[in-house]
Design a protein around this ligand. Structure first.
Ligand code: ZN
Length: 121
């Protein structure tokens, strides 16, 4: 699934790794215990096929939190709530996820319509 294209999405993903390291009390290379704790609390499936570990799981969730928070709230509500609970604030608070995906291919909109309605999540 293509959530949002590079380079903006890539930068948001990499920022997620940085946030993970900054918020962690223990760090192993590029991932810390923050991402593992948040994943355990949220207990939601991965967003994309790129998810070899907790650090990448978090980076992908963080990417969507930055680029389209309303879509993350629809697709992974417990992850969204866990980020808010930890003091994160979305940049695009008032945008409906469809607004953030303006100009995206119709199939991207269709996929997310199905996923946010609980079909194919
Ligand atoms: Zn990564």
């Amino acid at each position: 699934m293509r959530l949002i294209g590079p380079p903006y999405g890539v930068l948001a993903h990499e920022l997620g790794h940085h946030v993970d390291v900054l918020r962690s009390t223990t760090v192993d290379r590029y991932r810390g215990n923050f991402s593992a704790d948040l994943r355990r609390q949220a207990s939601e499936p991965k967003l994309t096929n790129y998810c070899p570990d907790d650090g990448e799981w978090f980076a992908e969730m963080f990417r969507l939190f930055v680029t389209n928070p309303d879509l993350l709230r629809g697709l992974r509500p417990r992850t969204y709530a866990a980020l808010i609970e930890r003091g994160f604030c979305p940049v695009f608070c008032s945008d409906d996820w469809r607004t953030r995906l303006a100009g995206a291919p119709a199939r991207t909109i269709d996929i997310n319509e199905r996923r946010t309605s609980g079909v194919g999540s």
